[in-house]
Design a binder for this molecule. Sequence first.
Ligand code: GLN
Length: 240
Amino acid sequence: MRNAETKTQKSKLKAQNHSSKVKAVGRKVKIGVLDIQGSVEEHAMMLEECGAEVVFVKTVRDLENIRGLIIPGGESTHISMMLKRGGLFDTIKKKIKSGMAVYGTCAGAILLAKKILGDNGSIGVKSFNVIDAEIERNAYGRQTDSFEVDVEIPVLGEKVGYKGNVTRKKVRDFPAIFIRAPKIKSVGKNVEILAKYKNEIVMAEGKFGNAQKNNILISTFHPELTNDIRVHEYFIKMAA
Ligand code: GLN
């Protein structure tokens, strides 16, 4: 996998220069990044900064030993089309069923949702259907393509308190970047809402298949385009 190696080295170099110096998770968990389209390098860089080992996933073989997979943002119609090649779609679905963790950002979130609305809904997009959520593509409109806002994500804070009275320590808000983002219009009762912005659900998690704990994470924003590695750290813990 020469191509993958070169890319990893490039990401490592970038990670060394990365401005954020947040403490790494410190455990080598193997996490794949679906290498079809979108901010693949940026996700890889974040994961490496968190101390994870990155696998660029282009073929079924790349999926073999990973504990988690990130599906980056991009164009869900295109990613969906490419997933049909070489059995990637079916193998990923099988791995999720057997408990592998998966994190979808933006277009990635669309590909994990049970129901896709807007822009002719799911025409041309075949979802993995692993989280009970309805998601509307391009729901913020094309004028306001892109924006950045600070979002409160309580799960990024440490748990404090005693049995029966545990809360989360308030942490600084997360700089969420939205690019032609979808909206999560509703989630099922077993899906946990992790963050909202202006009453819209922007991050959620759920459980699928044989996983012991939640193994599906979705966000409509792009944490990989920031200097803040906390969402990636959170996902690595989920996959570990
Ligand atoms: N608009 C894209 C889609 O519907 C998602 C955009 C993104 O991933 N940033 O697939």
